[in-house]
Design a protein around this ligand. Sequence first.
Ligand code: SF4
Ligand code: SF4
Length: 461
Amino acid sequence: MKTQLDWSAYAHYGEGDAYADIPAQGGDFARAVAVCIGNRQCQRNERGVMCPSFRVTGEALHSTRERIVALKAVLNGAHVDFTDPRLWAALELCVACKGCKRECPNGVDMAALRIEALAQRHVLRGTPWRTRLFARLPRLLHRVPVLRQGLVLRNRLGVLRALGERWPGIAAQRDLPVPVPVPFHPPLEGTGPEGAREVVLWVDTWTRYFEPRIAEAALGVLRAGGYRVLWVEAAADDAEPTRPVCCGRAYLSAGLVDEARHEAQRVLAALMPHVEAGRPIIGLEPSCLLSLRDEYRQLGLGEAVPRLAKAAVLFEEFLAAEQTAGRLKLPFKPMTGRTVHVHGHCHQKAFGAMKALRKTLGLVPGLSVDLIEASCCGMAGSFGYEAEHHALSLDMAEQALLPAVRATPETDTVLADGFSCRHQIRDGSGREARHVAELLFEALVPLSDPVAHEENIHATS
Ligand code: SF4
Ligand code: SF4
């Protein structure tokens, strides 16, 4: 079996262990599957993230463990191959939240195993149209400007919603996100004083085309902190120099590994000169930025990847680290009496980034922070837009997230750093959640108030 991802990190797993139960075929991929020890912790409805599909259905089939059993059956020849319906009955509701990677005692990485299984199925059976459509959205946003008008029409006309549900299978009940008329266009030159500490603000596809206000808010905060902000577009020798680099997450989620690798190569070409110059790469969307620290390691792209991973930080991770180092000087005004209710993106939780988020929010004097105890929001990229998954996606959100959001006073702020999470919260509760960069920008003392500005710098530094 020729694997699509690099599984060599598991090359020594189970060596010399007669009970490791490593499947007969699949090489290092089989070793990654065999990591599961079968203690069925993923079939308990406990605190934490793992496993949202089991929690919402209550069926063992939709737990991490049964997915492992099905993968082993394929690798041992008990199931036909990667197209076997029994495998996909188990994998279908995995939302790739990475909860198991963090919470399973052995760190089973089902999100990555699922990418490999999807890729193997595409090889045998081709890639479905809807999968291609969702995966290619970042390219379409660049290439097809009239996509915006098409999406506006689709959302407005019931007949188009109904047709879209029949083919390619997009839930008629969902409003699709509509790009803004003018996407974020960073200035060519850096922004901020020459000689100041330089950082790179990497504006991902979703922020660029749908919510540029988040990039503008992040820029405002970084500028107020005295940093010189540099931007990243495609490398000069890129074959598509006008198409902004995209992390390739949409391709990865769809199991289109070659396409994801191509996107990752573009990212490396554009970012590595900054990494070599010692500049942090700051990202806003957790699933995009964290793919540089996680899945990129499995794309076989060489030694630059760990260096990039080390430099890649979420906006709040950057600010928290600067605060720890005593370098952060941000003039925040008090927000006494205000509470922010925070829904963490699954990948923020999987990578332990919630601490940094909490620390960053703690920089605003008087602001109360309430972490919502919830698992995956259920949107999970395209999952919640798929006609057959729409109801279950909302059921996942109803487990804890949506009731918690509805219980918050209208005057409080709901915060969610994930693009999909914000859409699920809006669809399920009517509330507009905000990104941490927007809240911090709102908390800044305007430069037009020099006395308060100076006083508050001292208060938070
Ligand atoms: S996936 Fe993890 S939690 Fe579930 S049975 Fe296997 S080892 Fe246990
Ligand atoms: S990635 Fe999430 S949904 Fe999938 S098996 Fe792991 S915990 Fe369950």
